[in-house]
Design a protein around this ligand. Structure first.
Ligand code: MG
Length: 256
């Protein structure tokens, strides 16, 4: 594994292991999404996360990370990220975000998605569609010879053109032998941001968090759960994406 300006570049065999790690995450997230229904306590999804980790003999990446007490981040409605699974029961019309990571043969996988609970309001459905599409825009901008800021700009431009705001408090990240590697992957272009060329072998966890209202967040008394300050709805989609000579490869896209 080469390291350039603090960024690890993965070789083909390392990318293969990372693909397997991320496929396990993808399968887990798909099982959770399929289990979403009104009346289900969110702790049920923590059980699914742990079951899948056992089944595939991998370690949950988030459990114990800086003291995080669960394998799964489960965030409902105005919760942006890092919510706790609990006895809270999902209700028709809610949206629920699952963010999940694993460690497999020394490499991390990380992905997230937001799922509707039963019938949701058109405005909520639009927020989900825009957030998912903004991730695709970011991935599309990840090209050899491009710059990291292209990815950030693509996400931000798409989100803001649809009248929503990107949450700036949390950012995506490089991923590999550590959950969070260099570089940070903001969902916005920061003035004076460093020029970071995109190189083959980079793996980025791109993860737009989008708010229907303002972008300000606050952290609840549990010291983890981030909510929008104005309590507007928030959605979150994340993929771990490898850059190859042929372009971006989404490692955490569920294989057919
Ligand atoms: Mg992540």
């Amino acid at each position: 594994m080469k390291k350039i300006r603090g960024i690890y570049l993965k070789n083909e065999s390392e990318l293969q292991v990372m693909r397997e790690a991320n496929q396990i995450v993808a399968k887990t997230l798909a099982a959770m999404a399929a289990a979403v229904a009104p009346g289900t306590p969110t702790l049920h999804f923590e059980e699914i996360a742990r079951d899948y980790c056992k089944r595939y003999d991998v370690k949950p990446a988030f459990l114990g990370y800086h003291g995080f007490p669960f394998a799964l981040c489960c965030s409902v409605n105005e919760e942006v990220v890092h919510g706790f699974p609990s006895q809270r029961r999902l209700q028709e019309g809610d949206i629920v975000s699952f963010d999940m990571g694993v460690v497999y043969r020394g490499f991390f996988g990380d992905a997230a998605l937001t799922v509707p609970v039963g019938e949701i309001a058109p405005a909520a459905a639009d927020l989900l569609a825009v957030t998912r599409a903004s991730l695709a825009e970011g991935i599309g901008a990840m090209t050899v010879g491009g710059n990291l800021a292209d990815v950030s700009r693509a996400v931000q431009k798409y989100v803001e053109s649809r009248g929503y705001s990107v949450v700036k408090r949390f950012v995506g990240h490089g991923i590999g032998r550590s959950l969070h590697e260099k570089p940070e992957v903001p969902n916005f272009v920061a003035p004076g941001a460093k020029d970071i060329p995109l190189l083959p072998g980079m793996v980025l966890a791109i993860e737009p968090m989008v708010a229907a209202g303002g972008c300000d967040v606050e952290i609840l008394a549990d010291n983890w759960t981030a909510v929008t300050r104005d309590r507007s709805l928030s959605a979150h989609f994340e993929h771990s994406v490898a850059l190859t000579q042929a372009g971006p490869v989404v490692l955490s896209e569920l294989a057919a």
